[in-house]
Design a protein around this ligand. Structure first.
Ligand code: NAP
Length: 364
């Protein structure tokens, strides 16, 4: 018997709109191979929603412009109830904290949650645990593989190892695509740091204000998410962060002043480069040690031949050290950002939820 999944998609920016495209392209294949129909009867941005209970079609952008309406969360819940839509998944492709605050009402209304948004997993532990207890109570799923490493199977791998009783000793890696690009290109070239940073920005790899990347906060959030997967009771403010933004370029300095004064970053990084030993490169890493329960985001001198040292382009890498793997870590490496890989990861999570709610055929 075919299972129809109904998605309410919050966020139609880079990831959300790519997800719609990928779903429309893959819907027949998913139906033929997995007997699952995936419909998106509701899409929203921060202001407006478009309701179409038959599901989106390739003309969704034009339809949205013409037929969308301002909405409140209650309108969406009432709509799915009125249309008797079942097997509901709320997909969060936003970076919104306001939406996360609605996860619990959504779960209580029967929704599973799939999220690319890191906020729910990086708020305080009280919310983190409350969310999980509501998921248990209402028997709903919450998947968020793309929170760390975008489409790379990082969270799933760590969770499976941990659940199987494997002792994870340490996780180290380059978790930020933009800072991967910056240090991979800066370390072994003669190009000034400010110029490499500008290139990264022109390629669309950094946030509009590169200080958001250089502050290390995004890496810290990812590290916290991994730590919590390993049952470490940590808060964001317990992550040590070595920010790469000097104090005099933070705070009251506007974005345009920061851009004009970018060259002021150069002497410090030049000095760090001079101090490197032969065969070493600079890398900005996240590091979590389970024995000492320390979470650190920092700039390190790394051996060029290590998985972190060998990194290229804007790739991410995760070295997972466990008892059974010994001194040689399990390594996951590849594109750790980008709308295509992230949307594909979200789609993977949707299919995982769909499979778990598909009726099981009993064979005699
Ligand atoms: N892009 C990547 O490579 C990547 C990789 C991994 C994870 N992620 C995560 O994926 C999420 C989405 O990223 P993105 O690049 O697609 O962002 P984006 O292009 O800025 O799009 C964000 C979308 O969310 C909508 N939105 C904001 N607040 C909302 C709310 N309260 N309710 C409903 N919609 C709301 C925005 O609507 P408005 O236009 O009305 O503001 C916009 O449509 C983020 O959490 C990001 O960290 C992205």
């Amino acid at each position: 018997m075919c299972t129809t999944i109904n998605i309410v998609l919050f966020g139609i920016g880079n990831v959300g709109s790519t997800l719609i495209k990928q779903l429309l392209e893959a819907e027949n294949q998913i139906f033929i191979k997995q007997n699952i129909r995936i419909k998106i009867p509701v899409i929203t941005n921060s202001q407006i929603a478009f309701f179409q209970h038959q599901g989106m079609t390739p003309t969704w952008k034009a339809d949205l412009e013409q037929f969308s309406v301002p909405y409140r969360m209650e309108d969406i819940i009432e709509y799915v109830q009125e249309k008797k839509l079942s097997h509901l998944i709320a997909v969060d492709a936003t970076a919104s904290e306001a939406l996360v605050k609605n996860y619990i009402p959504l779960i209580q209304s029967g929704f599973h949650i799939v999220s690319a948004n890191k906020v729910a997993n990086t708020l305080d532990s009280q919310f983190y645990e409350k969310l999980r207890s509501e998921l248990d109570k209402y028997q709903r799923k919450f998947l968020y593989e793309t929170n760390v490493g975008a489409g790379l199977p990082v969270i799933d791998t760590i969770r499976k190892l941990h659940q199987a009783g494997e002792r994870i000793l340490q996780i180290r890696g380059v978790f930020s695509g933009s800072l991967s690009y910056v240090f991979n290109n800066y370390s072994e070239s003669g190009i000034p740091f400010s110029k490499v940073l500008r290139q990264a920005s022109e390629l669309g790899l950094t946030e509009p204000d590169a200080r958001d990347d250089l502050s290390g906060k995004d890496v810290a959030r990812k590290l916290l998410i991994l730590a919590r997967e390993l049952d470490l009771k940590k808060e964001l403010n317990q992550v040590y962060i070595q920010s790469l933004v000097p104090k005099n370029l933070n705070g009251k300095t506007t974005l345009s002043q920061f851009k004009q004064r970018l060259k002021e970053l150069d002497p410090r990084f030049e000095q760090l480069k001079i101090q490197l030993q032969p065969g070493q490169v600079l890398r900005y890493i996240g590091q979590l040690c389970t024995q000492t329960e320390t979470l650190e985001v920092k700039l390190v001198a790394e051996d060029k031949t290590s998985p972190i040292g060998q990194l290229q382009g804007a790739d991410s890498v995760f070295e997972i050290y466990t008892e059974s793997y010994g001194d040689l870590p399990l390594v996951i490496r590849g594109a750790g950002a980008g709308k295509e890989v992230t949307a594909r990861g979200v789609l993977g999570d949707i299919l995982r939820v769909a499979s778990s709610i598909q009726p099981q055929v009993l064979v005699n």
